[in-house]
Ligand binder design. Structure first.
Ligand SMILES: NC(=O)c1ccc[n+]([C@@H]2O[C@H](COP(=O)([O-])OP(=O)(O)OC[C@H]3O[C@@H](n4cnc5c(N)ncnc54)[C@H](OP(=O)(O)O)[C@@H]3O)[C@@H](O)[C@H]2O)c1
Length: 222
């Protein structure tokens, strides 16, 4: 039975990854930061751990909890929008810090822990990024703090991919998805977005290591 890990699985896209991998018969390990969300994941049949990705101790604990695991798929999904801005207002220091800690520093702590476990399974390691982080595709500066954080995590993912021996490491744009973050008017349901990313992950080969993809597997410019 293959194993998937989903980090940040309390709701939205992360929870949908859990549901779909469970429905496909996978063993699923999942994390959430609130006790009630950990309980929800256990009720879905997951091995669930409490984890706030901004907490160094929680990241270290994850390493212990996953000792000797082989992960066929590992997904770093947890993320925050930070602030919905238009124009070039400098963010508050505290908002900058919390957004970058969640979207970037957490990846720099967690991905090095996950990479050997995904390498061991010749598996797939994915970060939920955003097309808003692409510099090549940039046509707006709305929410520039979020854009900067996703551009930075793209850089982190690329660096991780350069240390991958057998894993395939990718960044995903999930589409514009109807979640708390995406809002009710977004294009895609979580079911559609996650089905697309799962199918893409299943198709990817080592040639795809270190690339940025749309949810449907189309290649995106960094
Ligand atoms: N929805 C879209 O249209 C869209 C588009 C592009 C990219 N994305 C990216 O896709 C990912 C998932 O987005 P979503 O739409 O599902 O967002 P969402 O509905 O706002 O859910 C965000 C998830 O991240 C978790 N999270 C946030 N901070 C965390 C922390 N410090 N520790 C642990 N978990 C934390 C949340 O947990 P809590 O419930 O505990 O807060 C929640 O599970 C994000 O990385 C987002 O940037 C989304």
């Amino acid at each position: 039975m293959p194993t998937a890990l989903v980090i940040g699985a309390s709701r939205g896209i992360g929870l949908e990854f859990v549901r779909q991998y469970k429905a496909a018969g996978w063993r699923v390990i999942a994390t959430a930061r609130k006790a009630e969300d950990v309980a929800q994941l256990q009720a879905l049949g997951c091995e669930a751990h409490a984890m706030d990705v901004t907490q160094l101790n929680d990241c270290a604990a994850l390493g212990w909890q996953l000792d000797d695991e082989k992960l066929d798929v590992a997904i770093l999904n947890a993320g925050v929008i930070g602030e919905r801005s238009s124009g070039l207002q400098a963010p508050e220091q505290s908002l900058f810090d919390s957004t970058m800690q969640t979207n970037v520093l957490a990846a720099m702590r967690i991905l090095p822990i996950l990479l050997p476990l995904v390498d061991a399974a010749q598996g797939k390691l994915a970060v939920l990024s955003s097309r808003m982080g692409s510099i090549g595709l940039r046509e707006s500066n709305a929410s520039w703090l979020y854009r900067a954080s996703k551009a930075a995590v793209n850089s982190v993912l690329k660096d991780v991919s350069l240390s991958a021996e057998k894993a395939v490491c990718v960044a995903f744009h999930p589409g514009w998805v109807r979640t708390d973050m995406g809002g009710a008017n977004a294009d895609l349901s979580p079911e559609q977005s996650v089905a697309g990313m799962r199918a893409s992950l299943a198709r990817f080969t080592r040639d795809d290591n270190g690339q940025f993809f749309n949810y449907d597997g189309a290649k995106l410019s960094w």
